[in-house]
Design a protein around this ligand. Structure first.
Ligand code: SIN
Length: 283
C-alpha cells in the first residue's frame, strides 16, 4: 500500500531535474523550492545529501530568518565558537570585500571539527556574488578513504586525531580573544550514521596531530592525507554561485575550500549549520 506521505515525498524530489557535478560528489537539484518542502521531503533531502555530499539549489530567495527556520527543520542549530553573529547567533556571516584581510574557509576543511559534536549539515546562501570566481570546491571524504591503499586504510582505522580551534581562529584568523576554543579527539576514519559508509576525517583547518604517535610521524601522515585530499580532483567538484543559490554540504563526508580569487570585489552571504553527532567509527 502506498501512503499519502510516500506519494508526496516522491513527487517533489522526483520531479526535480538532477545534474551531478562529479560522479563521486555533488548534485544540483533543479525545480525544488526549499521553503515549501514537507517533513518527508526534508528527510529525503538529508538522505540524498548524506549520499552525494553536496546539493545545490538555485533561485532560493529567502530572508535570513527563513534560512534559520529552514535550518532548524534539518536539526538543532550550531552556534559558532568563534564568530557567532551578535544578533543571529545561529547564523554565520560569510563576507569578504576590499577591506578584508582574509576570506573564511580558504583552505581544505570541514566545519568546526574541533567541536565535540561537530557540524552535520551546513547551508550557505550567497546574496552578493563577484563578477567572476568566488567558487567553492568540495571533496568527497568517502571516496578519499576508498581510494587509499588497503594497508593505509587499515592503519588509519586504528587512529584518532586531535582537532583544535586555536589552529584556525588564533593561527589563521589571528583572533586575540581570551576565549578558550574547543579541542577534541575524533577517529581519523568515521562512519556516516545515515549511509553507514566510512569517511576520512582529518583536515588542514583544524587537525593538529595524530594521537599517540611521534610528532614527525604525525606530521608526515597528516601531510600525506592533506595532499591526497587536495590533489584528488577525481573526487572533487566546484560550485559556481549565483545570487540566491543555496548549497548544502554534509560535513561528515565532505571537505570544502572557498576560493578568494575575487579581491577587491565583494562576496556575501549567510551560513546556517546543524549540530551533528559525536564522530564514531563502526568496526
Ligand atoms: C565556509 O563555510 O567555509 C565558507 C564557504 C564559502 O564561503 O564558500
Amino acid at each position: 500500500m502506498t501512503s499519502a506521505a510516500t506519494l508526496s515525498r516522491s513527487s517533489a524530489l522526483q520531479a526535480a531535474q538532477r545534474v551531478d557535478l562529479n560522479k563521486n560528489i555533488g548534485t544540483e537539484l533543479r525545480g525544488v523550492k526549499l521553503l515549501s518542502l514537507s517533513d518527508d521531503e526534508i528527510a529525503e533531502v538529508k538522505q540524498l545529501l548524506a549520499e552525494r555530499g553536496v546539493l545545490v539549489f538555485r533561485d532560493q530567495p529567502m530572508t535570513l530568518a527563513q534560512q534559520i527556520e529552514l535550518g532548524r527543520r534539518f536539526g538543532k542549530l550550531h552556534v559558532h565558537p568563534a564568530f557567532a553573529h551578535k544578533e543571529h547567533p545561529e547564523a554565520l556571516r560569510i563576507h569578504a570585500d576590499a577591506d578584508s584581510s582574509y576570506a573564511a574557509g580558504e583552505a581544505w576543511h570541514t566545519d568546526v571539527s574541533c567541536d565535540l559534536e561537530p557540524p552535520g549539515i551546513s547551508m550557505l546562501r550567497i546574496e552578493v556574488v563577484p563578477s567572476g570566481g568566488g567558487e567553492t570546491a568540495f571533496a568527497s571524504m568517502y571516496k578519499a578513504f576508498e581510494d587509499l591503499s588497503k594497508p593505509i586504510q587499515d592503519l588509519l582505522l586504528g587512529l584518532e586525531a586531535i582537532h583544535t580551534g586555536d589552529l584556525p581562529y588564533r593561527g589563521t584568523y589571528k583572533s586575540t580573544s581570551k576565549k578558550e576554543y574547543p579541542v577534541n579527539v575524533h577517529p581519523v576514519i568515521r562512519t556516516h550514521p545515515l549511509t553507514g559508509k566510512r569517511a576520512l576525517y582529518v583536515n588542514t583547518g583544524f587537525t593538529d596531530k595524530i594521537k599517540g604517535v611521534r610528532g614527525r610521524e604525525s606530521k608526515a601522515l597528516l601531510q600525506m592525507l592533506f595532499d591526497h585530499i587536495a590533489y584528488g580532483v577525481e573526487f572533487q567538484c566546484r560550485v559556481h554561485w549565483e545570487p540566491q543559490t543555496l548549497t548544502m554540504w554534509d560535513n561528515r563526508c565532505t571537505q570544502h575550500y572557498a576560493s578568494w580569487d575575487y579581491f577587491p570585489e565583494t562576496r556575501s552571504g549567510w551560513r546556517v549549520t546543524t549540530v551533528g553527532e559525536r564522530p564514531f567509527l563502526a568496526l
